[in-house]
Write a protein that binds this ligand. Structure first.
Ligand code: ADP
Ligand code: ZN
Ligand code: ZN
Length: 720
């Protein structure tokens, strides 16, 4: 008997073969089975998407090829998993096979049957030994989580979490003990349900080791080693495969990971935690540009798993979705849990604004800030200074002829890196040695403009050269940013130095502002945060507020330490707009006030979350070609879709803007343009995008657009 398999495979995006391909099989493989199938002259990995005993017209022995074997020993991917992938592909406008295969560990593609069997075996043996020891199946011997007495607000949050279906937004101040709430939610789930699994996501790879340590300390003693696994792109392929198999088999009960983990195959999934849910890192920025946070909510509903989003500065979307009901508003669909206070007696840092209008021009560290940093060091405390720009100086400049260090391949400046005396483009990576003199006029006196973290570190080290620590030794300044942590293990060792107290001042980019539990930092300073106040990106204030609030959250986390040191913790802001409402809200530690004001503005301007957006980006050798393609596809949509049945009602709800150059319009000699599509209805936008996709593809095939390099859709874009 012949069966007809519809198989999802990785095929080039936008290629004609975007949907699943049909193969024959002598065996009735079930949907979700991983199979090897021939594609051209290669054999590739695919997922059986559907099986039929009856061929459709055109399916014959001549037109279809015979599928290879199934991957032995692997349970089929569940219907819910396939639905998650299908939804993601549809929603984010990508090929099904691309999303499906990208969601699997890369090594699964490369292993032959023998190799795979070997990978599966040790885990089974391992599982056996744990089971035989009785740790896996019998009730946990001792619940160590009881050792920490929950605060009242943690108890309250967990109580509501346990008694409602959710989804939940846990709005908890930095240091309010959100992680402890996650641990408890997971603990009670695992104790209650012997096959349940929990997925816990964090935005950054850097945050996973710390989280893994905390989860393993809590759960390994209860359920044995291998209960907690991580999944993120910083792992080697064999490690990723191992974790994935453990999750897929149900052996691992807890999966910790970054955004990619939202696609982990977890047959017993009952809880999804999204920590720091506001973080832009949850949005994938290439290929299928999915939001792992949004997919977590979708997946939770799909699989009947509870979803817990947590943040001290929620995204305005989640804040809006969790608004309480009022007389004329039924409220949002999320349940808001609130933990306003910090654990113990830890106070929130006092926010101090330095009015830079009253400082001499070009002041980097205002005297009051510098004095405050010195005072901290003298007391043996640590300070953290951040600036959102790496490198030494953003531009090199010739005062004689006006030359600037522009990247020859991008519409951007090359950044001066002093450490290796290079000019580097942060967009295309193009790197050159620093010229001796001005390349345009030969002037030897070329100067830096502006400053980055490297220069800040140098400058601060000079300013503090005469200062000493309480033990009389010299002050140590350390920088942590993407440059200083390029080498493997560098970040870990730098963080370890900070934790060990070997560092007095930590200088860095937003990398240091996120999540790390620095216990001895009592002062945090933002050197120059003003840029985001007047950005053309409507989300810039939201990001700035959250960054500052998160950074402030790094200060004074340890009540005991702060009480012992005579000083309260402080957050310093150097700004030319000290009275800006954003800083006022920050000073009052009042996220709700900030959010309310922003949401009012967004509502008035019909911006998300009060409207829905998608961007189509196009790349070509010239702006004309890139914009021409977008405008042609837009015109074609307007003429073709208005009369198409089903879409005639959708089109009046769609706003198509003109094509414009992207903010960095040329990168690596490629011109980039974008077009914004907006609608008051998510469903209408989705209907439109689905129909527009074919028109975009057709438009591309027209001769006048042959110079187009690529185009892609970004649904719910985070930057515009
Ligand atoms: P958040 O994630 O909200 O910033 P954490 O969960 O990291 O906060 O908690 C901050 C600190 O307080 C951590 O060191 C944690 O171990 C500690 N902590 C959390 N809950 C409690 C509690 N109930 N009792 C004592 N310490 C706690
Ligand atoms: Zn010059
Ligand atoms: Zn460049």
């Amino acid at each position: 008997m012949t069966y007809w398999l519809s198989v999802a495979l990785q095929t080039p995006a936008h290629s004609a073969v975007a949907g699943p391909l049909t193969y024959r099989s002598e065996l009735p493989l079930t949907a979700g089975t991983l199979v090897r199938v021939p594609l051209g002259s290669r054999e590739v990995l695919g997922i059986v998407w559907a099986v039929s005993a009856h061929p459709e017209p055109g399916w014959t022995e001549e037109t279809t090829r015979l599928a290879g074997g199934a991957l032995e020993g692997l349970a089929p991917l569940s219907a819910a998993w396939r639905q998650l992938v299908a939804f993601s592909a549809g929603y984010y406008q990508r090929a099904l096979g691309e999303v499906a295969l990208a969601a699997l560990p890369p090594q699964l593609r490369d292993l032959n049957a023998v190799q795979l069997a070997r990978r599966l075996k040790p885990r089974a043996a391992n599982a056996g030994s744990v089971d035989s020891a009785g740790a896996h199946e019998s009730p946990p011997p001792q619940d160590t989580s009881k050792l920490i007495a929950l605060s009242d607000q943690q108890t309250m949050a967990l109580h509501h979490f346990g008694s409602k279906p959710g989804p939940f937004l846990l709005f908890g101040a930095t240091g309010s003990g959100k992680t402890e709430v996650y641990l408890h939610a997971v603990a009670s789930l695992l104790a209650r349900d012997a096959t349940a699994q929990a997925l816990v996501m964090v935005p950054e790879i850097n945050l996973t080791p710390q989280l893994e340590a905390r989860f393993r300390a809590r759960f390994d003693p209860l359920y044995g080693e291998g209960t907690v696994v991580s999944l993120h792109s910083g792992m080697t392929n064999p490690q990723r495969l191992k974790s994935w198999l453990a999750a897929h088999s149900g052996f691992a009960r807890i999966v910790l990971g970054t955004r990619m983990a939202v696609f982990a195959s977890m047959p017993g999934l009952k809880l999804i935690v999204v920590d720091e849910e506001h973080d832009p890192s949850y949005k994938q920025q290439e290929g299928a540009r999915y939001s792992a946070r949004d997919l977590a909510v979708y997946r939770g509903r799909l699989e009947g798993a509870k979803v817990l989003l947590g943040s001290a500065t929620p995204s305005l979307e989640s804040w809006h979705h969790s608004r309480p009901a009022t007389a004329d508003d039924p409220g949002g669909r999320y349940v808001r849990l609130v933990m306003p206070g910090r654990i113990g007696e830890a106070a929130f840092p006092t926010v101090r604004r330095v009015n830079m209008n009253h400082q001499p021009l070009k002041t980097v560290f205002s005297p009051p800030l510098l004095d405050a940093i010195r005072a901290r060091i003298a007391r043996g405390e640590q300070a953290m200074v951040f600036l959102n720009r790496r490198g030494y100086a953003p531009v090199l400049h010739c005062a004689d002829c006006g030359w600037k260090s522009e990247c020859p391949h991008c519409s951007a400046h090359q950044v001066f890196h002093k450490i290796d005396r290079t000019l580097r483009c942060h967009h295309c990576g193009f790197t050159q040695p620093v010229p001796r003199g001005c390349p345009a006029c030969g002037n030897l006196d070329i100067a830096t403009l502006g400053r980055g973290t490297e220069r800040l570190e140098e400058h601060l080290a000079e300013l503090l050269a005469g200062d000493t620590r309480p033990d009389g030794t010299p002050v140590r300044v350390v920088r942590i940013d993407a440059d200083s942590t390029r080498l493997k293990g560098a970040l870990e060792s730098q963080l370890a130095q900070v934790h060990a107290g070997a560092v007095d001042v930590l200088v860095g980019t937003q990398m240091i502002a996120k999540g790390h539990d620095f216990r001895r930092i009592t002062l945090v300073a933002a050197i120059n945060p003003d840029g985001a106040l007047f950005s053309s990106d409507f989300r810039a204030p939201e990001r700035l507020f959250s960054l500052l609030m998160q950074s402030a959250g790094r200060a004074g986390r340890d009540a005991g330490f702060v009480a012992a040191s005579a000083s309260a913790s402080e957050m310093w802001i150097q700004t030319s707009h000290p009275a800006h409402p954003l800083f006022e809200a920050l000073k009052a530690h009042d996220y709700p006030a900030f959010a309310e004001r922003e949401l009012r503005e967004r509502r008035a301007a019909a911006m998300p979350p009060f409207s829905f957006q998608a961007l189509v980006r196009a790349e070509a050798r010239t702006q004309d070609v890139a914009q021409g393609f977008l405008n042609a596809a837009s015109a074609a949509a307007q003429t073709q879709l208005v009369s198409r049945p089903g879409l005639d009602a959708v089109m009046p709800r769609i706003m198509l803007y003109g094509a414009v150059p992207m903010s960095v319009q040329r990168v690596a000699n490629v011109e980039r343009a974008q077009m914004l599509v907006e609608s008051g209805s998510r469903a209408a936008l989705q209907r439109f995008l689905a129909a527009w996709h074919d028109i975009l593809r057709q438009t591309r095939t027209q001769p006048e657009h042959k110079g187009l390099i690529r185009w892609a859709v970004d649904v719910d874009p985070l930057t515009i």
